[in-house]
Design a protein around this ligand. Sequence first.
Ligand code: PLP
Length: 368
Amino acid sequence: MKPQAQSYICDLAPYQPGLPIELVAREYGLDPAKIIKLASNENPLGMSPKARMAVQRALRGSYRYPDQYQLLQALAARLGVAPNQIVLGNGSNDVLDLAARTFLNDGCQAISSQYAFAVYQIATRSAGAENVVVPALNYGHDLDAMLAAITPTTRVIWLANPNNPTGTFIPYGQIERFLGDVPKQVLVVLDEAYYEYLGTADVVDSVQWLERYPNLLITRTFSKIYGLAGLRVGYGIAAPQVAGFLNRVRQPFNAGVLGLAGARAALEDEDFVGRSKKVNAEGRKQLQTGLRVTGLEQLPAFGNFITFRSTEAAGLNQKLLRAGIIVRPLAGYGMSDWLRVTIGTKEQNSKFLTALASAHKVSADSST
Ligand SMILES: *Cc1c(COP(=O)(O)O)cnc(C)c1O
């Protein structure tokens, strides 16, 4: 006799993270110090020095259970909501999982877009619900088709804006109209992991919508622009009732002492966030220009990464790995011709573009 997992768990494809530097160093016989990892949308500037100091100071208090109070207060003040509208998570992934466990079970449906962030399917199906995938429109979310896919058993709609892994962005006006059309018993999860990277022409204070849409849950994270991916802190913002439901399901100590301290300091370090945004905007231009020179098709990019196409994507990925550059293949997303590269520092971007140009040239030569 073997322990029997639920059939819907057996069928799940595990999430595939970007390859770790140490693993690539071992497999390709490279010096880990020379490897450039542009595979997981981490901040190339590292973490804010203020956050690092705060984490070091918090270390000595790590024998105690964490207290979320101060980060909740700071976030509430920053966002203009009450602390009881915020749900902290062990990364925003945790909040997505909480939403699924709170609103879904066997017999319910959730809707997500083709090429949307893989965690939505995992969260939905591990709650026992059915995940309805709506075909993408130009690699982005087709809001009209998603609306048309709603049935009486739909409980959750997952929207990523900007989306990962495609980088596509839905103008906020369209999302607001969509919210107006979605029946109020359906929770709309608006995943804004890359919100802080949006330019002033695109950004809208989506938190203000919560007053009008009690079925909206916005998720954001300290993993991307705040540079704390390894500390695992993210949060959801919703009307008090939805936040209250999630907080009942939430493990009481899901965000740890170090993460909470780092997040509080990172939130206040406007200089670091500003620099990160600037380096990202400049790096985006640099990579977009460089990719254009290679002639490879690329998707419009709104976050801290660029998704580009090559019919030799798998081979190109191997050549980049051999050159010590880790990007993200997207075959697991049904995009086997595409690779995703995180925007790095100017120097990292140059090295990537140089390696790409020579790898691409070798592929082109060998295929003729
Ligand atoms: C990176 C990312 C997240 C954030 O994950 P964390 O758990 O907060 O590290 C969430 N959603 C999307 C679409 C992402 O790309």
